[in-house]
Design a protein around this ligand. Structure first.
Ligand code: HEM
Length: 270
């Protein structure tokens, strides 16, 4: 009897080991801090994907295929939206006509990187590519338990005002402004619900502060693909709220009509 128990326990242990050895490691559980020689940049999400190994852990030499695979496997982006984002990303590689970019290229000020970030100080004041708790504390002070278009936009406008007051070189191009609105639409949609455009504040705090996907808070890879239309549609809603809040704080000096999103191969305002 004892021998039989021994054999059945041994068989169970052996079977578990075989399964464990054969199973591919789950990248959602394979988070690692960047090592010496690895590079990271101003985008908390791309840094996160590299920390999980969805993008090269080095943060370097990211090709269109690396990006498409990484964004598909981590957050279910379809191939078109990855191609759309890749076209922006390679503009930051100082080498002309390159076919790859590295995460630190994204830090080049005023190519894509802009003033008034949610979690970074302005380039004039410090490292615009490194997470800054004080800047993010200001952002999250505008969040309630659930972040939505209204509170996400209020955070953007608050950061714009305080950066403008403390940075004598403060500037924001139309592309920078479009990026800010798109980044907010993206983080709410990807970490929360892309239809209602709402997200649990804790997930946002977790990702920004740890550069790690919030699986331990119940987040899962979205089951439906995220597309360019979904991004631009949600960006439109953030833009409308942004125009509304700006108009109410600047006594109508800035017209919402001047912010019209042109859907196409690039995000521009007309
Ligand atoms: C190739 C793809 C991407 C590129 C080239 C890119 C580029 C950038 C850059 C340059 C910034 C810095 C902007 C600044 O100055 O604050 C940034 C910030 C940001 N990105 Fe990405 N990004 C990409 C993908 C994503 C994805 C998939 C998400 C998903 C939600 C995302 C969300 C954000 C957010 C929320 C910020 C704001 C950070 C802050 O203001 O502190 N990005 N991204």
């Amino acid at each position: 009897m004892r021998l039989a128990t021994f054999y059945s326990v041994a068989a169970a242990v052996w079977a578990t080991q075989v399964v464990a050895q054969g199973a591919a490691p789950d990248p959602f559980e394979q988070w690692q801090k960047p090592e010496a020689g690895h590079v990271r940049g101003p985008c908390p999400f791309l840094n996160t994907f590299a920390n999980h190994g969805f993008l090269p852990r080095s943060g370097k030499y990211i090709t269109q295929q690396n990006l498409a695979d990484g964004l598909f496997n981590s957050v279910h982006f379809d191939a078109n939206i990855s191609a759309f984002l890749f076209d922006f990303a390679i503009r930051t590689n100082p080498q002309p006509n390159s076919t790859w970019f590295s995460l630190d290229h994204l830090s080049r000020h005023n190519v894509l990187e802009h003033d008034a970030s949610l979690s970074r100080v302005d380039a004039f004041l410090g490292h615009a590519d490194i997470f800054n708790q004080k800047a993010f504390d200001e952002t999250r002070s505008h969040f309630k338990d659930v972040v939505n278009v209204e509170s996400g936009t209020a955070a953007i406008i608050a950061r714009m005002k305080s950066c403008k007051a403390t940075n004598p070189t403060y500037s924001l191009s139309e592309l920078g402004e479009a990026f800010i609105l798109g980044e907010t639409a993206a983080y709410i949609s990807i970490l929360g619900d892309a239809q209602s455009i709402t997200v649990d504040k804790k997930r946002v705090e977790f990702l920004f502060q740890n550069e790690r996907l919030p699986t331990q808070l119940g987040w899962k890879r979205p089951s439906t693909p995220f597309t360019t239309d979904l991004l631009l549609g949600n960006l439109d809603k953030v833009r409308a709220e942004y125009a509304k809040q700006l108009n109410s704080t600047s006594k109508g000096k800035r017209s919402g009509a001047s912010l019209r999103l042109v859907h196409g191969s690039a995000i521009t305002f007309a």
